[in-house]
Design a protein around this ligand. Structure first.
Ligand SMILES: Cc1cc2nc3c(=O)[nH]c(=O)nc-3n(C[C@H](O)[C@H](O)[C@H](O)COP(=O)(O)OP(=O)(O)OC[C@H]3O[C@@H](n4cnc5c(N)ncnc54)[C@H](O)[C@@H]3O)c2cc1C
Length: 458
């Protein structure tokens, strides 16, 4: 549906005013692509609600009038998750951007879904607190919930799923429900909070969230650890995780990507397989002792270099380079698109998985950077190519397929953090077997007409 009827337009304008509802081409075109190469179908209109009540009225009207609905956060997804595939109405949540309350005594905050992660951390920081899940992008909390996003600190603090207590959600037909509670734990009934987390906007729209906050660590130390090959670097990952040293970040970077980062950011790192690592502690001696132990363990795995520093500038530069890896790769290959592999496996299978992925890239003769949130067994391969060249793009798809199938064979998953969206739907039957049918039944129970973010996950 690429056009709305006059009575639809009149209803939306009456509800929110003309300044928060648009059928203009520029607004519609801004809501048809995320950062992936997936193209959608131009939405007929974009609406910007500011209250739960408005969301409820919009959804009830759309449901009654068979208008497809797609929720939208910051649009930073990598699998087409917020891309409308049936046109209809895009519901942009970015104006619902109030941090309603920060409650330091409970280590919690109540927020609206359009609050950006960095803004929440800026406000929580005034109380010495932060919200740990950290996708590189400045995503909205609603988008992070819908994709169950995570990031470099997930190895210590968990994914979004582990940091949310309670939601207010509007179901596709407009009913408002509350899930969970503000107690730190609960055994009460089915966990609808976690059903919504990772549902990619296919079950309804989240309009209020209670998140858990953590204390900002007193001291942080970043380390770069160099290895002769990818296999020894990835073996050290399991050793560090099992050591009890509790790394707060543990990332694997390949020589090709370090080379691009050096060129763009002047990091001056040796261009060999490297682990970027971070430890948190309460005093200098504790942190130094942790570094010494980590160094010893890595050297036993063949590490050839170990540099660590607690200075904030060096640490920030390192993590900034890591967070901007995707942009750095794109800037190095202008005019090309990327396909991002996001497989995850049990930590013991990580070394084999890394070697498998690198050889799949080499065998196919394509451009591909193998890296990832190693501490979570999460492997990214950014495959780069010309999407207009069908046979070249088919080679990237084949590499993606081979890596995902291998990850599933190793009891892993096709997506550690980016979600299914459009791009990974094809792997769902293989990964979930009969459970996939039960997921479909849940979707049908919430959304019998299939109007809520259609074409995603299923
Ligand atoms: C440079 C870069 C690095 C990244 N690194 C990481 C990373 O390390 N880890 C990681 O996990 N991700 C990463 N991502 C992906 C992305 O940032 C996350 O998936 C993020 O959670 C998307 O949030 P968003 O606000 O952009 O949501 P959008 O992309 O706008 O939407 C995401 C999904 O949420 C739905 N949605 C949005 N708001 C709501 C709501 N209120 N209620 C219900 N559904 C809703 C949408 O329909 C869609 O399905 C990265 C992206 C970029 C560009």
């Amino acid at each position: 549906m690429n056009e709305l009827l006059a009575q639809h337009t009149a209803f939306f304008k009456e509800l929110v005013g003309s300044e928060r509802f648009s059928t203009g081409t520029s607004h519609r075109e801004l809501h048809v692509r995320d950062i992936s190469a997936h193209h959608g179908s131009l939405p007929a209109g974009v609406i910007f609600p500011v209250t739960t009540d408005e969301v409820a009225k919009i959804l009830a009207f759309c449901y009654g009038n068979d208008i497809p609905m797609t929720p939208w956060g910051a649009g930073t997804s990598t699998e087409g998750n917020p891309v409308p595939v049936c046109g209809g109405l895009v519901i942009d949540l970015t104006l619902m951007n109030r941090v309603i309350a920060i409650r330091p005594a409970d280590l919690q905050a109540d927020v609206e879904p359009g609050v950006l992660r960095k803004e929440l951390n800026r406000q929580a920081g005034q109380f010495g607190l932060f919200f740990p899940p950290d996708p590189g992008a400045d995503a909205t909390i609603g988008g992070m919930i819908a994709n169950n996003a995570s990031g470099v600190q997930t190895v210590k603090y968990g994914a979004t799923r582990d940091n949310v207590l309670r939601l207010v959600a509007v179901l596709p037909h407009g009913e408002v429900i509350h899930t969970g509670c503000k107690a730190p734990k609960s055994s009460s009934g089915y966990d609808l909070t976690r059903l919504f987390i990772g549902s990619e906007g296919t079950l309804g729209i989240v309009t209020e969230i209670t998140v858990k906050l953590s204390g900002i660590p007193a001291l942080r130390m970043a380390a770069t650890i160099q290895f002769p090959d990818l296999a020894s670097a990835s073996q050290a990952v399991g050793i560090l995780i099992g050591s009890g040293l509790g790394p707060a970040a543990l990332e694997l970077l390949p020589p090709g990507l370090i080379c691009l980062m050096n060129r763009e950011k002047g990091l001056g790192l040796a261009e060999v397989p490297t682990l970027f690592c971070e430890f948190h502690g309460s005093s200098d001696p504790v942190i130094e002792e942790t570094a010494a132990l980590a160094r010893e363990l890595c050297e036993e795995c063949g590490a050839v270099g170990f540099r660590h520093a607690s200075d904030e500038a060096g640490r920030t530069a390192l993590w900034r380079a890591r967070h901007e890896a995707w942009e750095t790769i794109h800037r190095a290959h202008p005019g090309l698109e990327s396909l991002i592999v996001d497989a995850a496996v049990p930590i013991s299978a990580y070394p084999e998985m890394v070697v498998f992925a690198q050889s799949a890239v080499d065998r196919a003769g394509v451009i591909g950077y193998v890296f990832g949130h190693a501490g979570d067994g999460n492997l990214h391969v950014v495959l780069v190519g010309d999407i207009r060249d069908e046979s070249a793009w088919a080679k990237l798809e084949a590499v993606n397929h081979a890596i995902v199938e291998e990850a599933i064979r190793k009891d892993g998953t096709c997506t550690g953090e980016h979600g299914i969206g459009i791009g990974k739907r094809k792997f769902m039957p293989l990964e979930h077997g009969a459970s996939y049918e039960w997921m479909r039944r849940i979707k049908t129970l919430f959304d019998p007409k299939g109007l809520m973010n259609p074409g995603k996950i299923f």
